[in-house]
Design a protein around this ligand. Structure first.
Ligand code: NCD
Ligand code: ZN
Length: 376
C-alpha cells in the first residue's frame, strides 16, 4: 500500500507525475476499477462564446449536472438571462447530450423578491450567487449592502428554499488576503445565518480550517460547503515553487498546508455537509500569463481524477461516491443521478493545452501524468 498522502503536496508541488515516478516500483500491476453514480459539479464556470464551446464538453463528459456560475460580463441577473444562457450552453453540446446545466442568478443590491419568485418558478434557476463586490473575477457588479438592500431578496429565497451560494471572502484591502475567508465567516456569514436561519447556504470553495470549523457548527441540510480539487491537492507554496506559477492562482487563494490537511480530513470524513464543486474557471493563456494575471484554474479535464486520487490516498475510497454524487443532490433536494461512470486506475497524460479559435487554455497539471481516468 502506497502512502502518498503527504507526497501529494510535498514532493514538488507539481506533484503527481513525480509521485508516480518516485513510487513506480511499488505500484502493483493490478487493474483497479471504480464504478460511481454519475457525479455532479456544484460550482462551475462555463463562460460564453468560443471559450464556452471549448470547455463545456469536458464537464459534460464527466458530470451529469453542474451549477453554472453567473459571473459573465454582463452578469446573469435575471431568469430571462439565465434561460438564454442555458440555451447557449446546450447549443455547443451534441444534440444527444444529457448534461443538465443548473443555472444561477448573480445577486445584486437591486435583485427583487419578485425575481426570486420567477427564478424558482422557471425550473431552470437553482441558486443565487453572492459575490461581495470586487471579491473576484467579474464581481464589480456584486453586492455592497447584504444586510440592507439585499434583505428582501434573501428573505424570499429562504421562503422559496432557494440556496444562496457564497463567495466567502471580504474585500476590504486592509484585510490580509490569506485572512479574508476567516474574516468573512465572522463578519458576514455567521450573522447572516443567525438572521435568516432557514436560508439554505453553500459556502463555496472553502480553503481554511476556519471554514471547516464553522461548517461543523451549522445545521446539516441548511449549510454546506463545496471543495475544489486544487484546495485539496496544493498549498500556497505551489504558487511560488520554482518561480511564479500563474496556473495555480485562483480565488480564494491557496492556503497553508495545515488548512489543506484540515479540509482533506473534513471531506474524507464522510460528512454530508461537503460536496464536489470544481470551481473550474478557464481563462485564455495570455490572461493568466500576464503582468496582471486573472484568478481561476481550468480543472474540468482533471477534476474527477484528482478527487479520486485524494480519497484513495486518504484510504477513503468508499466515501468518494457520497462526496461526488450524493451529498450535493441531497442538499439541493434533487434526485441523485441514476446512470453510472467508471474510473480506471491507469496512467494518462493531461493535455498541454486546449486550443480554441481565439487562443488556448492551459489545464491544471498540463502535461503531467495522472492516475485515474474516467472511461465510457
Ligand atoms: C473565478 C472566475 O475566474 O470566474 N475565479 C477563481 O479564481 N475561482 C471566480 C471565482 O469563483 O472566484
Ligand atoms: Zn468560482
Amino acid at each position: 500500500m502506497i502512502n502518498t498522502s503527504t507526497l501529494l503536496y510535498n514532493a514538488s508541488n507539481l506533484p503527481i507525475s513525480s509521485i508516480r515516478r518516485s513510487n513506480k516500483l511499488n505500484i502493483k500491476a493490478v487493474k483497479m476499477e471504480l464504478t460511481l453514480t454519475r457525479p455532479d459539479d456544484w460550482h462551475l464556470h462555463l463562460r460564453d462564446g468560443d471559450l464556452l464551446a471549448a470547455v463545456a464538453p469536458y464537464s459534460a463528459r464527466d458530470f451529469g449536472r453542474a451549477i453554472v456560475m453567473p459571473n459573465l460580463r454582463p452578469p446573469i441577473t435575471t431568469t430571462a438571462d439565465a434561460i438564454a444562457y442555458r440555451e447557449s450552453i446546450m447549443k455547443v453540446l451534441p444534440a444527444d447530450s444529457d448534461f443538465n446545466p443548473l443555472m444561477t442568478l448573480y445577486l445584486t443590491d437591486t435583485t427583487s423578491p419578485n425575481e426570486i419568485k420567477l427564478a424558482k418558478e422557471s425550473g431552470v434557476v437553482y441558486a443565487v450567487k453572492l459575490y461581495p463586490a470586487g471579491a473576484t473575477t467579474n464581481s464589480q457588479d456584486g453586492v455592497t449592502d447584504l444586510f440592507g438592500k439585499c434583505l428582501p431578496a434573501l428573505q424570499e429565497m429562504a421562503e422559496q428554499s432557494m440556496p444562496l451560494l457564497v463567495h466567502g471572502e471580504v474585500t476590504d484591502p486592509d484585510v490580509d488576503i490569506f485572512d479574508r475567508e476567516k474574516v468573512f465567516i465572522e463578519t458576514v456569514l455567521r450573522p447572516l445565518i443567525q438572521k435568516l436561519p432557514r436560508l439554505k447556504v453553500v459556502m463555496e470553495h472553502i480553503t481554511t480550517a476556519d471554514a471547516v470549523k464553522f461548517i461543523e457548527t451549522c445545521k446539516e441540510g441548511t449549510v454546506a460547503a463545496t471543495v475544489t480539487p486544487q484546495h485539496l491537492v496544493l498549498n500556497r507554496n505551489s504558487l511560488f515553487q520554482g518561480g511564479l506559477q500563474p496556473h495555480y492562482y485562483c480565488l480564494p487563494v491557496l492556503k497553508r498546508e495545515i488548512h489543506r490537511q484540515t479540509i482533506l480530513s473534513a471531506v474524507t470524513s464522510g460528512s454530508k455537509q461537503y460536496f464536489l464543486g470544481t470551481d473550474s474557471a478557464p481563462h485564455e493563456r495570455q490572461r493568466k500569463e500576464s503582468s496582471c494575471g486573472c484568478a481561476g484554474i481550468f480543472n474540468a479535464p482533471v477534476a474527477l481524477s484528482l478527487y479520486t486520487k485524494i480519497f484513495e490516498e486518504a484510504g477513503a475510497l468508499e466515501k468518494l461516491e457520497a462526496f461526488t454524487s450524493f451529498n450535493g443532490p441531497d442538499f439541493y433536494g434533487l434526485p441523485r443521478n441514476t446512470s453510472k461512470i467508471k474510473l480506471t486506475k491507469r496512467p494518462w497524460k493531461v493535455p498541454e493545452r486546449i486550443l480554441f479559435p481565439s487562443g488556448e487554455i492551459v489545464p491544471m497539471f498540463a502535461g503531467q501524468m495522472l492516475d485515474w481516468k474516467p472511461s465510457f
